[in-house]
Design a protein around this ligand. Structure first.
Ligand code: GRF
Length: 204
């Protein structure tokens, strides 16, 4: 799920394709026509769908449409990779422990909108990002992975955001792997490697 540039979406796809993450990205859903994530999906050959939030009468109705799209794509885990809408229990309860969000702060500090602006205004010297499971409390679910990022002298919003994003791209695939492991998803590569080892003829 993405609303913007889609750099986190692309990091997930790259991680799957390079083999670091034993998964595949089956579907991108965006809520904004023309957002950068769509161009990335086209380039990467990932199916995408637009669910424009303005066409739904309520947040719950949008979440219902998301559930339907994910069901059709048979997805097992959902990532909010820069999804700029608040989700409701409708979506959260459809994917218990299977809904991951990335947020540009060291939670529980600076929840909500413009976390980077909040960090700069507070004058912290350490910012960062958090990948966490989604609960009904906005940016409040169990933390999976975090990365700390120093705030450097002279940093403005854009410079700090760029440094934080580098870390987001690193921790989001780790968080997905961790969430899958917690759910007991089988690592197909490990299972295959085990079978190969057992099938190998004895030495000599
Ligand atoms: C990220 O910084 C993420 O933390 C926030 O939205 C931004 C999305 O960036 N929730 P991108 O669209 O993945 O480039």
């Amino acid at each position: 799920m993405a609303s913007g540039h889609g750099s986190n979406f692309e990091a997930l796809v790259a991680s799957c394709r390079h083999g670091a993450l034993n998964a595949s990205v089956e579907l991108l859903v965006v809520n904004k026509a023309g957002c950068g994530a769509i161009e990335r999906a086209e380039r990467l050959g990932v199916p995408w769908r637009l669910l424009d939030h303005r066409r739904f009468s309520s947040r719950e109705a949008l979440d219902g449409a998301l559930i339907e799209a994910f069901g059709q794509a048979r997805v097992e885990l959902v990532v909010m990779a820069g999804w700029m809408r608040i989700v409701t229990p409708v979506l959260i309860e459809a994917f218990p422990q299977r809904l991951v969000n990335i947020h540009p702060s060291l939670l529980p500090s600076f929840r909500g909108v413009d976390a980077i602006g909040q960090a700069l205004a507070a004058g912290v010297t350490l910012a960062g990002c958090s990948a966490h499971l989604v609960t009904a409390e906005v940016d409040g679910g169990p933390i999976l992975v975090q990365a700390a990022v120093p705030v450097c002298p002279g940093d403005d919003h854009a410079r700090l955001a760029a440094r934080i994003q580098q870390q987001e791209h690193r921790i989001l695939p780790l968080a997905v792997a961790l969430a899958a492991e917690r759910l007991g998803f089988r690592d197909r590569r490990a299972a295959t490697a085990g079978r190969c080892r057992r099938a190998a003829p004895p030495a000599g």
